[in-house]
Write a protein that binds this ligand. Structure first.
Ligand SMILES: C[S@@+](CC[C@H](N)C(=O)[O-])C[C@H]1O[C@@H](n2cnc3c(N)ncnc32)[C@H](O)[C@@H]1O
Length: 325
């Protein structure tokens, strides 16, 4: 469902909805096309399309951090199809398509996610969901879900030292840094190319470089992380999104969480997962239990901030140490 379809349909909400979906390269089918069609039918003017272009392909953000070439071509072609059926041709629409047709496709693109303040988090991502042997070069739904939860629960991060496991391209962590005032934030991952892109995204979003919060991007492999590394970070809060998908590393992840709780007894650990395979997810929970860890399912975010597929089954859990005796 498009974000604005949950509210009263005002043109400015629809334009904001188009902008959010365009810059995050959401599925084209989820855009609020019905509003555009009825708008074209009722007043036969290209004015709304012109406004729409200003919020998407002609927006300054598109010049700086453009979505993929292919996505822009498909989006503009869809607009032209609807415009042709509803009003007179709009030159700037054809100019925009001509311009993007002259650009070569690349393996990388930018996606931007708008915070409630109107500021955008812009990330360099790969076009393919799996590339260079990793799933870490795109933003996954669990990261967006957890980022929405973060926005509603800033107190879990304010003034704290936060560690993120399997950060990928960095959406959730950057949301925490931009919106919750942690004192320190440690992004981490195990994959060299992911870490390189993550560092670039951290820089792109104005974090690091001696500013508050203190930010680092660390190599941290769940299967080999030494206790010394955890002791040095000593996190108050630990977050991870979409890290439970490989039954082979579920045990290592559970052991790492136990290691963290041994170093920082009061650490608050939040794991957000898309439950694609209940067996794999159930297996992770059994590994938690075997490591002496309990979990509690938390209520998800109430508000819809980012556009993504809300039909995906996502669960957020808090992990804690079960007291013996
Ligand atoms: C599905 S992606 C999720 C990325 C990001 N959290 C998100 O939700 O958009 C899983 C991430 O976990 C990382 N990862 C996988 N195995 C790991 C391990 N053993 N140690 C550390 N990170 C790992 C991958 O490199 C990848 O970035």
């Amino acid at each position: 469902m498009a974000l604005s379809e949950q509210k009263e349909e005002k043109p400015e909400d629809i334009l904001r909805d188009f902008r959010a979906s365009f810059f995050s390269m959401n599925r084209l089918a989820s855009f609020p096309w019905t509003f555009l069609d009825s708008e074209l039918q009722s007043n036969k003017s290209s004015e709304f399309i012109s406004e729409l272009l200003k919020q998407t392909c002609l927006h300054p953000l598109c010049g700086k951090f453009p979505p993929s070439v292919r996505f822009r071509r498909i989006f503009l072609s869809e607009l032209i199809k609807r415009e042709a059926a509803g009003c007179d041709p709009l030159d700037e629409l054809y100019d925009a398509l001509a311009e993007v047709l002259g650009v070569e496709e690349t393996l990388h693109c930018h996606k931007s996610y708008f915070l409630p303040t109107g500021d955008a988090i812009s990330l360099l991502e790969n076009v393919a969901v799996i590339s260079e042997g990793t799933t870490g070069l795109v933003t996954w739904e669990a990261a967006l879900y957890l980022a929405e939860w973060v926005l509603e629960n800033p107190q879990v991060f304010t003034g704290r030292s936060v560690l993120e496991l399997g950060s990928g391209v960095g959406l959730t962590g950057i949301t925490v840094c931009r919106s919750c005032s942690p004192v320190r934030f440690v992004f981490s991952d195990c994959h060299a190319v992911v870490l390189e892109k993550l560092r670039e995204n951290v820089r792109l979003n104005g974090l690091g470089g001696g500013k508050s919060p203190s930010v680092t991007v660390d190599q941290l492999d769940w299967t080999t992380a030494p206790e010394e590394q955890i002791r040095q970070i000593r996190p108050d809060t630990v977050i991870a999104a979409d890290v439970v998908y490989d039954p082979e590393v579920a045990g290592s992840l559970a052991d790492l969480l136990l290691k963290i709780l041994k170093c920082s007894a009061a650490a608050e650990i939040l794991i957000c997962s898309t439950v694609r395979n209940p067996e794999t997810y159930g297996g992770f929970k059994l590994r938690l239990e075997a490591a002496g860890l309990g979990h509690q399912v938390l209520t998800g975010p109430v508000g819809a901030v980012f556009p993504y597929n809300r039909l995906a089954p996502i669960e957020l859990i808090k992990v804690f140490r079960v007291q013996e005796g």
